[in-house]
Structure formats: structure tokens, C-alpha cells
Design a protein around this ligand. Structure first.
Ligand SMILES: NC(=O)c1ccc[n+]([C@@H]2O[C@H](COP(=O)([O-])OP(=O)(O)OC[C@H]3O[C@@H](n4cnc5c(N)ncnc54)[C@H](O)[C@@H]3O)[C@@H](O)[C@H]2O)c1
Ligand SMILES: N[C@H](CO)Cc1c[nH]c[nH+]1
Ligand SMILES: [Zn+2]
Length: 436
């Protein structure tokens, strides 16, 4: 079920810990060549390539890549009222949390007349990817669109794969949520080709290139984002999901097993990792995993993920060692289910999102916590962050010096420009004050 990594009695260095983290099976770089080819096809052949890729990879030809606005409106009209209420509740919470993520402008006065300001400028146009292969993700429409709107992005395009079960149209709930959020530019295109279309634009579709592509997806989507990163901004590579649970023997083994399975259900490449200082507790979780996995709907996918080299049971001496392993892993989702969760939290540096205690499971964050579920995977949480309003904003510094303030700092510029053998830099200042 879960292979064991036994760290007890060892004190691995940072480098050794990194080597122990099970990553090879889900390494996005293995999908890079495929993704590059698909992106290039779309760059060169536009709409025709998107249609051919849909037939090949989604096994359906979309009636139109650009989704008519009438289809979006009709999907919203037909949306089940219960689902609509659930979506509206998610929107409300994510909107409140996203609004709080927009930083205030800053003004630093360094001396009289010497001011450096910082303003947060939204990118002008973004392409948001909503996955739809093994499952469909209307919740990801909310998680992409709401922070972009909170940031003040003026132009938003959205893509989701054509669904064979819906005659090549996007999933109707995805269409409905787009309409609910006022999005009108929607494309039925999936995978790496969709990311290429956003990055380079497709003239026949009236699809202009975007400045930033965001959103989750499978390894091909994550690899395509890496491919286009030279021409457009991206968020973190939000690829196949992972969950790491730190638990001690006070945790509920059934809760932990349920949470490990909840994320394994996304993808055969999903990673579920349990880190514990109690062998007896680990045995209880393994037993509950076996029972739950046998009964769950997507059992084959779940068993493939739990049995994959990316998933593991990690036995540690103590919770300090558990935190060190988690920091090396850089999980997308970290659950802390121990007696003193805050004490473990204090030792955590790297995680996409952190879920504390028995009543904060990852699926709460997936749908309804108000936090964002588009999060860095593949260890990127060691340096990257989840999607937020800040993803769509850039800090811009504005320099406002008056004559006196520049005169005061002129000797500093003169000294440094001479030291760097870039005298024209100093001359640009002395031109203003020839006597300096
Ligand atoms: N990290 C996050 O924030 C986050 C959030 C939600 C979902 N996810 C992940 O998103 C992924 C969703 O995957 P999915 O497959 O359901 O939807 P998807 O939309 O990511 O992928 C489907 C597309 O993949 C392409 N594709 C399929 N087979 C291919 C092949 N053999 N070669 C090249 N391209 C191919 C097709 O174009 C298809 O449209 C899962 O891995 C899930 O864990 C991650
Ligand atoms: N767990 C995924 C983030 O990695 C998000 C999601 C959407 N729907 C269900 N789950
Ligand atoms: Zn999930």
C-alpha cells in the first residue's frame, strides 16, 4: 500500500533528506518534450492544432473552440439550485480572503523630497486554466477567477478541456460558474495546447496572448507552463496533487486515512505521505487505508497513487524530525494532526497550505475554507506560493526626488559610478549640477 521510509535512529543532512523525498515518479520534466511539441503545434497552426489535439487527446471534436456566450448563460440558467448555492458560498469566502490579499501601496520618505513609492499593478490580461480530464473542476473556476478579479485584472480568458460526454463542449457546471462570475471569454481547449494558445495567442479565435497563465492541471499542463515561462508569466506549477500528514498517536487513524485517499483520488500520480513517530498508529492508518481504498469510487486510481513510488509512510523518531522531512518534501498540502499542532507549525517552513487539527481536512480547503486550492506541487512549495490576488499583481517602485534631495545624494552616485567604471552614470547627475 504505502512503502516505508524509516528515518528512526538517523540524522540525515538537508542534502540527504532531499534525496530521500520520493519525487522521481512524478517529475514534470518527463513530460516536457511532449508538452513542448503540443505548445509548438498550437503556436504554428493555431485553431487547427487545437482541434486535432482535442480529437487525439480528449477523443472529441469541439463544435467550436470559442464557447458562445449563449452557452455560458444557458448553463447558468440550467444549474442545479443546490450546486449554485454551494458555489456562491465558495465564491463569497474566496472573495473575502482574496480581497484581503491585495497589498496596500507603500510610501517611504528617505529624506526631505526623497520618496520611493511602491504600488501594486495588476497584469492586464490573464489566461486561466480549469482542468477537466479524469475529473471536472468547477471549483477551480472560482479559485482562478476570484483572485484575478480581486487584483483588478481587466481581461480574463478561461480554458477547460472539451468533454466527450457533452458533445465536445466544456462541462456545463464549469460554463455556469464562468457565467456566474461574469467571464465571457471561454475556450474549449485542454492540456498543454491550451497553455500554448494562451501564451502565443490564436488569431483565428480572436485570442490575444496573455501576460500570465495560471491554474492547476496534470503533468502535461504543468510542463507546458514551464515551457511557456520564457514568454509569459506563470503561477507555481500546480500539477498532480500531493498531501503530507504529520500525525502522532493522538490522531484519529480513520480521519488520516480518509484524507490521504481524498487526494489520491485526483490522479494516479497523486502523492499521499504519512509522517509519524508512532509505528502502532501507522499500522492503524494502513488498516483503515485498506478498508477505505477498497470501498472508494475511484479505487483503481487511488490504489495506483497510494502504491506509487511518490507515496510513502515515513517513520521518524520525533515530531521535530517529522517537520524536517516535511520541509524537505515541500508538500502542496500539509495536515498537522498531533496533540500540540502549533508547536509543530512553528517548525514548518515549506508548504503550499497548512491544515491544523482534526477538523481542517484538505477537502475543506479544496472547496469551502475560503483559502485557495491552486497550490504548488512537486516540491515547489519550497520556494513558491499558492494562487492569490498577489499572483496577478506586480510591485512597481516609483521614484520621486526633488532637486535638493538629488543634490544631497549626488556624491554617492559619483563615487559608485566611478568605482564601477560607468562614468556616464555619474555624468547624468553632474549634468544637472555641474559644480558637484
Ligand atoms: N496543484 C493544484 O493546485 C491542483 C488543483 C486541482 C487539480 N490538480 C491536479 O490537476 C490534474 C487534473 O488532471 P486531469 O487529467 O483531470 O485534467 P487536465 O485538464 O489537467 O488534463 C486533461 C488534458 O490533458 C491532456 N492529455 C491527456 N492525456 C495526454 C497525453 N497522453 N499526452 C499529452 N496530453 C494529454 C489533454 O489535452 C486533456 O485535455 C490532477 O493531476 C490533479 O491532481 C492540481
Ligand atoms: N485538491 C486539489 C488541489 O490540489 C483541488 C481540488 C479541486 N477539487 C477537488 N480538489
Ligand atoms: Zn482535491
Amino acid at each position: 500500500m504505502l512503502r516505508t521510509i524509516d528515518l528512526r535512529g538517523t540524522r540525515p543532512t538537508q542534502r540527504e533528506l532531499l534525496a530521500l523525498v520520493p519525487r522521481a515518479a512524478t517529475d514534470v520534466s518527463a513530460a516536457l518534450e511532449t508538452a513542448r511539441t503540443l505548445v509548438e503545434e498550437v503556436r504554428e497552426h493555431g485553431e487547427q492544432a487545437l482541434l486535432a489535439q482535442a480529437e487525439r487527446l480528449d477523443r472529441v471534436r469541439p463544435p467550436a473552440i470559442r464557447v458562445p456566450e449563449s452557452e455560458l448563460r444557458e448553463a447558468l440558467d440550467a444549474l442545479d439550485p443546490g450546486i449554485r448555492r454551494a458555489i456562491e458560498s465558495t465564491i463569497e469566502r474566496v472573495r473575502a480572503a482574496s480581497a484581503a490579499q491585495v497589498p496596500a501601496p507603500e510610501r517611504t520618505v528617505l529624506a526631505d523630497g526623497a520618496v520611493v513609492e511602491q504600488r501594486w499593478q495588476p497584469v492586464a490580461r490573464v489566461g486561466l486554466y480549469v482542468p477537466g480530464g479524469k475529473a471536472v473542476y468547477p471549483s477551480s473556476v472560482v479559485m482562478n477567477v476570484v483572485p484575478a478579479q480581486a487584483a483588478g485584472v481587466a481581461s480574463i480568458a478561461l480554458a477547460s478541456p472539451p468533454q466527450a460526454a457533452h458533445g465536445g463542449r466544456i462541462h456545463p457546471t464549469v460554463a455556469a460558474v464562468a457565467a456566474l462570475l461574469g467571464i465571457t471569454e471561454v475556450y474549449a481547449m485542454g492540456g498543454a495546447g491550451a497553455i500554448g494558445a494562451f501564451a502565443y495567442g490564436v488569431d483565428e479565435l480572436g485570442l490575444d496572448p496573455v501576460q500570465r497563465v495560471t491554474g492547476p492541471g496534470n503533468v502535461y499542463v504543468a510542463a507546458a507552463k514551464r515551457v511557456v515561462a520564457a514568454v509569459t508569466g506563470i503561477d507555481a506549477e500546480a500539477g498532480p496533487t500531493d498531501i503530507l500528514v504529520i500525525a502522532d498517536d493522538a490522531a484519529d487513524a480513520d480521519f488520516v486515512a480518509a484524507d490521504l485517499i481524498s487526494q489520491a483520488e485526483h490522479d494516479e500520480l497523486a502523492a499521499s505521505v504519512l509522517v509519524t513517530d508512532s509505528e502502532a498508529f501507522a499500522a492503524r492508518v494502513l488498516e483503515r487505508l485498506t478498508v477505505r481504498a477498497a470501498a472508494t469510487k475511484h479505487r483503481e486510481r487511488v490504489l495506483a497513487a497510494l502504491g506509487g513510488a511518490q507515496s510513502a509512510l515515513v517513520l521518524v523518531d520525533d515530531l521535530e524530525q517529522a517537520a524536517a522531512f516535511a520541509n524537505a518534501f515541500g508538500p502542496e498540502h500539509l495536515e498537522i494532526q498531533v496533540r500540540d499542532a502549533d508547536a509543530v507549525l512553528a517548525g514548518i517552513e515549506n508548504a503550499g497550505a497548512i491544515f491544523l487539527g482534526p477538523y481542517s481536512p484538505v477537502s475543506l480547503g479544496d472547496y469551502a475554507a475560503g483559502s485557495n486550492h491552486v497550490l504548488p506541487t512537486g516540491g515547489q512549495a519550497r520556494h513558491a506560493a499558492g494562487l492569490s490576488a498577489a499572483t496577478f499583481l506586480r510591485p512597481q517602485q516609483i521614484v520621486r526626488y526633488d532637486e535638493r534631495a538629488l543634490r544631497e545624494v549626488a556624491p554617492v552616485i559619483a563615487a559608485l559610478s566611478a568605482e564601477e567604471d560607468l562614468p556616464a552614470h555619474g555624468e547624468a547627475v553632474t549634468a544637472r549640477f555641474p559644480e558637484v
